[in-house]
Design a protein around this ligand. Structure first.
Ligand SMILES: [Zn+2]
Ligand SMILES: [Zn+2]
Ligand SMILES: [Zn+2]
Length: 231
């Protein structure tokens, strides 16, 4: 079902408020990234997406909840993408994610989710609603994108992203050529982690190794993503 961007922002506000308790009409007006006019509210109510009780509490109908979940999912995955991969500030991610959530199609959403390793929380530590891609991936013994300390000795992975920012050591890694897309081989786990990247051997602390996410070379690896033009 297609709903207007304004309606989507209302559903998003109600969902987010309900995570913390009740959603009052006043809170929805304050929280939504759009002007919540009475006309708009009535419209969203008439579409059967929300209900407003006499006390001014707003709730999602079953239909509204399903839609809100998919909007929230896109919003929070967009935040993760910007934070983890594009190194955006948590504060900066909010507005951009709100734009992004209206643009990305379902298939792309699931591709981004897979790329990020099916994250459970956004950078604000709010839960990301699961998509059809998440459950099967969690049931697999090993997921496709893993921190490089999950590789076996000798195993090769292709760098997907570095998961943390503002870390001088990670910046140095980038300077050494450990950037998304390059292949690395895990040579040793003890007494320190050693990876080989091109011809260079690099020693890492475990804490750093955990922040380098790599694609494992599984059969069904990023074929789907390649297909959708993500990489
Ligand atoms: Zn939004
Ligand atoms: Zn968030
Ligand atoms: Zn997923």
């Amino acid at each position: 079902m297609d709903i207007s961007m304004d309606a989507a922002e209302i559903l998003e506000a109600v969902w987010t408020l309900q995570e913390q308790g009740d959603a009052s009409l006043a809170d929805v007006r304050r929280m939504a990234h759009t002007e919540v006019t009475d006309h708009l509210l009535r419209q969203v109510e008439q579409e059967g997406l929300i209900a407003v009780d006499p006390a001014g509490r707003v709730s999602l109908t079953a239909k509204g909840e399903a839609l809100a979940a998919s909007i929230i999912r896109r919003h929070r995955l967009a935040e993760r993408l910007m934070y983890d991969v594009l190194n955006a500030d948590v504060e900066e991610t909010e507005d951009a994610a709100c734009e992004f959530e209206h643009l990305i199609a379902e298939g792309i959403t699931n591709a981004i989710c897979t790329l990020l390793g099916h994250p459970r929380y956004c950078p604000h530590q709010r839960p990301i609603p699961e998509g059809p891609c998440c459950q099967p991936a969690r049931e697999q013994v090993s997921s496709i994108v893993v921190p490089c300390d999950h590789l076996r000795i000798g195993e090769v992975g292709r760098v997907a992203y570095l998961s943390t920012q503002d870390h001088p050591r990670l910046l140095k890694l980038t300077a050494l050529g450990v950037t998304p897309g390059v292949h690395l081989r895990l040579l040793q786990k003890w007494p320190s982690y050693v990876i080989q990247c091109d011809e260079t051997e690099i020693a890492l602390e475990e804490a750093i190794a955990r922040h380098i996410y790599v694609w494992r070379a599984l059969d069904d690896e990023p074929a789907q993503l390649r297909h959708q033009g993500i990489e």
